[in-house]
Every structure is written in structure tokens, then in C-alpha cells.
Design a protein around this ligand. Structure first.
Ligand code: G3P
Length: 220
């Protein structure tokens, strides 16, 4: 399983990149708004992220019609070679994705909550599809089962192009474990979840006991 960092915070991206932990980044309008960024700085911000990360960087369109999505997609895709355009899984989004597929611009179809949506994204030519776990859990559904079903369904077919499942809206290290066990290609995780993935109380306890014993050695 590969990990993407789900953030627009360049400091977090630089730190996670220094761990060798991340193969890409996903952003969305909310994550960009959290950085305090403004519209005029958006393209420059995405270009800066693309310079920090070797792998794909998803930048989301905000238009809701196919022509507007394609126009925004072309603009953002021109910023760097590793830009992936994030497009919601709607009828207009599918049409835009298909157009972009024909132009060779990779798309991450986002806000995906069902197997039929994922299959349609794949047929339209999406390079990635992003089922959301946490937001599905939020409405008392089972986000993990949904991702598992999507991984299984997409694995049943050859779409004639590469498509990877990005488990998104990941809220815990447990989500990551379950997604890895079900064979999701990628988990995109917030920085706080990435830190929790490293942490284990027995690791901390082990370091404390080794250090305590080493004290005895150094005092001998
Ligand atoms: O990748 C999508 C993700 O940013 C959504 O996460 O926690 O806002 O549901 P969340």
C-alpha cells in the first residue's frame, strides 16, 4: 500500500516527505482554505506542493459543469507534470473525466460512495477513484466495507487503463490497517493520522527500558 498525505499544508508535506513516507498528496478546497490561502495564490500553492513531492498531487476543481471542470483541469494540469485533477463523481464529473482521459490528463474521481460510482469512474477513464471512509461512517454506514466492495469490484475487470483505489477520508490508523488488508492501493491520510501510524506504546516503553538499562552500563 502506498500513502498519500491528505493536506495542503506545505510544512506537513515537507515533514512527511523527509520520513520517506509519502508517495503523493491529495488536496481539496477545504484543506486549501485551512492553510489561509486565497484564490489568487491557489495555482502557485499547488505548484509549490508539486515541487516538494515526487508523486502525484491531486488538486480539485470547483466548477460543477463539464466545460468548467475541463477548463479548470487544463489550467491546474499545466502547473506541473505530477498534477492529478480531482473531480467529483457526478454526471458532469464523469463527462469531464472522459474528456480529460482522451487528452491524457489524469483524474482522481472523488466523493465516491458506492460500487456503481466507482465502476463508472473507471469506465470514464479515471486514473484514481477515491471512496471516502469517514464521511460514510458519519452517516451510520460502514465506510470500510464500502472500500472493500469497491476494491473487489474493480479487481474483477480490465478497464484498459490503470486505475488505483485511494482510500480517503481516513480518520484512524485502524482504517489504514483494514484498507491494507483488503488490498486498497493507496490510503490518503491526514498528518495527524500519519503520526498515529508511527506511534505504539510498546515502542515507547521499549525505548524507556533500554535507556534505563543503558544508564546502568554507563554508570558501571
Ligand atoms: O481525501 C478526502 C478527505 O480530505 C476527506 O476527509 O475527514 O474531511 O472526510 P474528511
Amino acid at each position: 500500500m502506498k500513502f498519500f498525505l491528505d493536506t495542503a499544508d506545505i510544512g506537513q508535506i515537507e515533514e512527511a516527505a523527509s520520513w520517506g513516507a509519502i508517495a503523493g498528496v491529495t488536496t481539496n478546497p477545504t484543506l486549501y482554505a485551512r492553510t489561509g490561502g486565497k484564490l489568487a495564490d491557489f495555482n502557485n500553492h499547488i505548484a509549490r506542493i508539486c515541487a516538494v513531492v515526487d508523486g502525484p498531487v491531486s488538486a480539485e476543481v470547483t466548477a460543477e459543469d463539464r466545460a468548467g471542470m475541463v477548463e479548470q483541469a487544463k489550467e491546474v494540469a499545466a502547473l506541473a507534470d505530477n498534477v492529478v485533477v480531482k473531480i467529483p463523481t457526478t454526471v458532469e464529473g464523469l463527462a469531464a473525466t472522459h474528456e480529460l482521459y482522451k487528452l491524457g490528463i489524469p483524474v482522481n474521481m472523488t466523493l465516491c460512495f458506492s460500487v456503481p460510482q466507482a465502476l463508472l469512474a473507471a469506465r470514464a477513464g479515471a486514473r484514481y477513484v477515491s471512496p471516502f471512509i469517514g464521511r460514510f461512517d458519519d452517516i451510520s454506514e460502514d465506510g470500510l466495507s464500502q472500500v472493500e466492495d469497491i476494491v473487489t469490484a474493480l479487481g474483477n475487470y480490465d478497464f484498459g487503463h490503470e486505475i488505483e483505489v485511494i482510500a480517503a477520508s481516513v480518520r484512524s490508523a485502524h482504517h489504514v490497517t483494514q484498507c491494507a488488508l483488503m488490498g486498497a492501493d493507496i490510503a490518503t491520510v491526514p498528518f495527524d493520522v500519519l503520526k498515529k501510524m508511527v506511534a505504539h506504546p510498546l515502542t515507547d516503553r521499549g525505548i524507556a527500558s533500554f535507556n534505563a538499562d543503558w544508564e546502568k552500563v554507563t554508570q558501571a
